[in-house]
Design a binder for this molecule. Structure first.
Ligand SMILES: NC(=O)c1ccc[n+]([C@@H]2O[C@H](COP(=O)([O-])OP(=O)(O)OC[C@H]3O[C@@H](n4cnc5c(N)ncnc54)[C@H](O)[C@@H]3O)[C@@H](O)[C@H]2O)c1
Length: 409
């Protein structure tokens, strides 16, 4: 028997995943859930879903779908709802996939409490939790994981993670927030933000740190020990309205493996520092990855043969997917001529991350294993941001980053 999946939250981002989860060959039933029936209808009436969706499997609330017999829920609701909804789902006996972030709230201690609760609930109930962090499935991260597994970096030295998303960039944050606050489930949130402001609780972009933090942690398989960080006091009223004191934050970490990491989260700074809005770089004693270039040095032999640098073709950086998964995803994502790189389909959605994230979650359930971005791993990314923001509020005081240890084997 296959896996049954309930899609919770069919808004802008959830809509991008419904067809992929439905298409995965190990999924034999799909349920749809949103408090807005119109959002369910557009998928329920699509013939593509007919062989795995029954009208009985349309649910208008999380509570309703938690009472159903589906195996797992994919929660892609607004960012302040994720952690409570994931805990609720795991308590109801469902495995959960959560859109990033683990949760975003103006109070950093509340975010840490939710890390604690997600880990405790996943550990106690045995339900699998996966954070759908797109960065971990970017082509350069797949390539660097392979290089790391082969020892090609030598000793890790230094890494950088950046998420540069200006409020007025093409994916305009003012419009995104209007949509997220505009639905029934979002309408009450501005009042709650006002309550935090009345208590003088202010956040910054490090409350959503997963895109910058994930690369260094995921590739080096380590965690942060200490941080010192600074913030740029927001100029645009948008940030005040969203309870953000800082619109840009920058942090330097001492990592448990002896390396140094620098993260940058910018929301009020034009453009981006690297080739993409999410950038990742990693230097090792023998290998370095930066902006799609791989540099390698040998320490012995003829001096003229010691150094090489190659420009990498993005398509060649992807890991392969199992052929049966690859073939089904082709029906959703379309084919490309030539069959290069990840195969003859075009991995798309956040630079090709989406099909890989879907497969990772389903494969973890099929093989009864922890997903790679499990509760313990997700807490590491989150704690890096939370502690950086606390440091920035204290003008760069060096603080210890909390850690919950490695995920149980
Ligand atoms: N790179 C990335 O990983 C990335 C990119 C974009 C969005 N996201 C994340 O995706 C999430 C969703 O973003 P969006 O833009 O789609 O938001 P959205 O507001 O368009 O959609 C949220 C949907 O969830 C539904 N919902 C809320 N509470 C519910 C409940 N209790 N039961 C059923 N349905 C419920 C809403 O009705 C709405 O349709 C955000 O948290 C965001 O952080 C991640």
């Amino acid at each position: 028997m296959g896996i049954s999946i309930g899609m919770v939250g069919l808004g802008s981002f959830g809509s991008a995943f419904a067809k992929l989860f439905k298409a995965h060959p190990a999924v034999d039933r799909i349920a749809l859930c949103d408090i807005d029936p119109e959002k369910i209808r557009k998928f329920a009436e699509d013939p593509f879903f007919a062989d795995k969706f029954s009208p009985r499997d349309a649910y208008l609330s999380l509570d309703e779908i938690c009472k159903s017999d589906v195996d797992a829920l994919v929660i892609i609701t607004q960012h302040w709802l994720h952690a409570p909804q994931c805990v609720r789902a795991m308590e109801a006996g469902k495995h959960v996939y959560s859109a990033v972030p683990l949760v975003t709230l103006p109070c950093m201690d509340e975010i840490l409490d939710w890390c604690d609760r997600i880990i405790e609930t996943s550990g106690r109930t045995g339900m699998r939790y996966m954070l759908g962090e797109t960065t971990c499935f970017y082509p350069e991260i797949m390539f660097c994981r392979r290089m790391a597994e082969q020892g090609r970096f030598g000793e890790f030295v230094y890494s950088e993670g950046e998420y540069c998303h200006d409020v007025d960039s093409a994916d305009n944050l003012r419009r995104v927030m209007q949509i997220r606050y505009g639905s029934d489930s979002g309408a009450g949130w501005p009042r709650q933000l006002a309550d935090y402001r009345s208590r003088n609780i202010w956040s910054g972009p490090m409350d959503y740190p997963t895109h910058s933090a994930a690369g260094p942690v995921y590739v080096m398989k380590t965690h942060a020990e200490k941080v010192t960080a600074y913030g740029f006091t927001a100029k645009d009223p948008f940030f005040h309205d969203h309870t953000q004191k800082f619109s840009n934050e920058f942090a330097l970490y001492k990592m448990a493996n002896g390396t140094t990491v620098r993260l940058a989260e910018t929301r009020e700074a034009a453009g981006q520092l690297g080739n993409h809005e999410v950038a990742f770089r990693l230097m090792g004693t023998h290998g370095t990855f930066s902006e799609n270039r791989w540099y390698e040095v040998k320490r012995e032999g003829d001096y003229s043969q010691r150094y090489r640098s190659v420009e990498l073709d993005e398509k060649e950086l992807y890991d392969p997917l199992p052929p049966e998964v690859h073939n089904e995803f082709k029906t959703v994502l379309g084919e490309k001529a030539g069959g290069v790189g990840a195969g003859d389909f075009i991995p798309s959605g956040h630079r090709g991350a989406h099909p890989y994230m879907v497969h990772e979650f389903i494969d973890a359930l099929v093989h009864d294993r922890l997903p790679v971005i499990n509760a313990w791993e997700a807490a590491r990314y989150t704690a890096m941001g939370v502690t950086a923001h606390k440091s920035a509020l204290k003008d760069g005081e060096t603080l210890t980053v909390p850690d919950w240890g490695d995920a149980p084997q």
